[in-house]
Design a protein around this ligand. Structure first.
Ligand code: XMP
Length: 326
């Protein structure tokens, strides 16, 4: 019968057989899937695994720390953190088109990961045990979605890391490919992955970069990060985390509106709250967050984030609106 303990035992055995004495690499995003996959491989082969976490500077408050401290502490993984914040900001400077942003972020990510992989090969690999495997957090629904067959699933998986160059030849380990999301969460808890990671809501790869409408820069990121942290804190406090699929906070960085604070006129930016309810992100409804929770979020953001003087609520379903604004 299905218990997370049995699943862990079975998968650990399989991974050990598969990997043998080789070295393994994993790109950690901080999301549920890559974290649980990494924890599982770590349990199976210990320090034969090295995880690479690329900090692209588009993360929310506390996320890098969650991976660097909490995850490492809980699992004991060997982690390489690459601080690529400046590089991503430079590449994104002045770019406003959503697809251009995605493309730039994806490309930079590959380049940074590729370099980190080479460094790991150099620093950690020895002649006898080269880095041979790349861990992917592919789930069963991903396998089905990409056609079900072995080959099709691999195409999608390769695509997830963005198509690494030929001279970095890895074989894929996909330890979660028979599991559904709720099973992955149970396995994660069984492995001691911190609850904040196990229950994390979806967060897009391009991060806050696609939640700033307009060009991305350090100042705008700082504004959005503070507003987002307040919204998340209040939604959590209200016990709504598991009712809501996710709640993007979007900064309309090129829009300004007049406001009043104390005796003075303000001319600040609006942020949009986009709480949605969904089963699979393919369709979504705007979530009916209680008015008093919205009121608290609005008051706190406009009080605590100086540059923001207006909070608006997105009441659009998907379709026609997507969940993210870009
Ligand atoms: P949309 O905006 O298309 O989002 O309704 C559907 C779900 O996917 C997430 N999302 C992304 N995830 N890379 C990701 O890893 C991306 O580029 C990306 N764009 C959107 C979004 O947060 C939502 O959960």
């Amino acid at each position: 019968d299905w218990t997370p303990g049995h699943v862990v035992d079975e998968l650990v055995t399989t991974i050990r057989e598969q990997v043998g004495e080789d070295r393994v690499l994993c790109a950690l995003s901080g999301g549920v899937d890559s974290s649980v996959a990494a924890a599982l491989v770590q349990k199976a082969v210990g320090d034969q695994l090295t995880c690479v976490f690329v900090d692209h500077g588009l993360l929310r408050e506390g996320e890098a720390e969650q991976v660097e401290k909490d995850f490492v502490q809980a699992t004991g993984v060997d982690l390489v953190v690459v601080d690529a914040r400046e590089r991503f900001l430079d590449a994104l400077a002045g770019v406003t088109d959503p697809e251009a942003k995605r493309k730039i972020i994806g490309e930079q990510f590959i380049r940074v990961f590729e370099q980190a992989a080479r460094d790991v090969v150099h620093d950690r690999g020895d002649e006898e045990h080269p880095v041979k495997w790349l861990v992917q957090g592919t789930l069963y629904p991903d396998v089905v979605e990409s056609g079900g067959g072995e080959g099709a699933a691999n195409i999608k998986s390769h695509h997830n890391v963005g198509g690494l160059p030929d001279d970095l030849q890895f074989s894929l380990i996909e330890p979660l490919r028979t599991l559904f999301k709720d099973e992955v969460r149970q396995v994660g808890l069984e492995l001691g992955v911190p609850e904040v990671i196990v229950w994390r809501q979806p967060f897009p790869g391009p991060g806050l970069g696609i939640r700033i409408i307009g060009a991305v820069d350090a100042e705008r990121l700082a504004i959005l990060r503070r507003a987002d942290a307040i919204a998340r804190e209040e939604l959590t406090k209200a016990g709504l985390d598991r009712d809501i699929w996710q709640c993007p906070v979007v900064l309309l960085a090129d829009v300004r509106s007049v406001g009043v604070q104390g005796d003075g006129r303000t001319y600040g930016h609006p942020v949009v709250l986009r709480p949605v309810a969904s089963e699979d992100a393919m369709t979504a409804d705007w979530a009916r967050v209680p008015y008093d929770v919205l009121a608290t979020i609005s008051t706190r953001i406009t009080n605590e984030v100086e540059e923001v003087n207006r909070v608006v609520l997105d009441v659009t379903s998907k379709p026609p609106g997507t969940i993210e604004w870009e």
